[in-house]
Design a binder for this molecule. Structure first.
Ligand code: SAM
Length: 241
């Protein structure tokens, strides 16, 4: 069963790009995901296709109006009978991490809601949004890049999206650790060589080396990931060898 992703955005062409290249592009081609963008301008109430208005209470900037967004969401919901989870990309949301990405990947229908300007009328958020997600503690000018980040990261985890040549199970965070370093040919580049063990053909030694590298760089770069965490049995066995 394929994943259906709908994005509510005033810049549909921007979001559609995420399904044109690389892993996400391939997943779309193979029918693993289906992506559609909905422009609230097409659901505006006036002939100027107005989607924003001045804020009550005054102040700078504009606020996205309820009705065009509400109608665009209804149209997206009606495009597929499965119930959709509506996610508002917002700097006020829960921080996106690999666990949340895995939950998105497991969801068959997601509608991403992208804000612009000063944001969206609160009443639309109260009525329609199930969850708010942030991609980090900084402010973007719109939710589109955040939606594209979520779509890219989640699609990699959809079964069949990655060929067996690149497995998500070994990536940073999947194991609770950062990934080990990678090398490919040539054997020497500008006097820098490849670690001997990787050319030894000894798979056990390679596994142990990679685990040690992953542990070492996690400890140096992201000690927070190790706090309160125990090695699993395979990892302990490898280190004991
Ligand atoms: N006034 C809003 C606030 O401070 O919470 C910020 C509005 S921002 C200029 C415009 C839109 O960009 C937001 O409605 C949201 O959709 C999106 N956005 C900005 N930063 C984001 C972030 N870190 N993660 C996800 N979406 C973000």
């Amino acid at each position: 069963n394929s994943r259906r992703i709908d994005v509510i955005t005033v810049f549909p062409e921007m979001v559609e790009q995420v399904a044109r290249f690389g892993v996400v592009g391939r997943a779309a081609e193979r029918g693993l995901i289906e992506l559609s963008a909905w422009n609230p301008r097409d659901y505006a109430e006036d002939r100027h296709a107005t989607v924003d208005d001045r804020p009550y209470g005054g102040g700078p900037g504009m606020v996205m109006k309820v009705a065009p967004l509400h109608r665009a969401i209804q149209a997206a919901r009606a495009a597929d009978p499965r119930p959709a989870r509506v996610i508002h990309l917002s700097p006020q949301g829960a921080r996106l991490d690999q666990d949340r990405v895995a939950r998105l990947a497991a969801c068959e229908r997601v509608i991403y809601l992208c804000g612009r300007y000063e944001g969206i009328d609160e009443r639309l958020l109260e009525a329609e949004v199930d969850e708010e997600l942030s991609i980090g503690d900084y402010v973007l000018s719109g939710g589109e890049l955040a939606a594209m980040v979520a779509i890219d990261a989640a699609t990699r985890l959809v079964p069949g999206a990655l060929g067996h040549e690149d497995s998500a199970a070994e990536d940073s965070f999947a194991t609770g650790l950062l990934d080990h370093p990678h090398y490919t040919r040539p054997e020497v580049y500008e006097r820098r060589g490849v670690p001997e063990v990787l050319r030894s053909g000894d798979h056990g030694a390679v596994d142990t080396w990679r685990l040690k590298q992953a542990l070492g760089r996690t400890w140096l770069r992201r000690p927070d990931l190790l706090a309160g965490r125990e090695l699993d049995e395979r990892q302990r066995r490898l280190l004991d060898e």
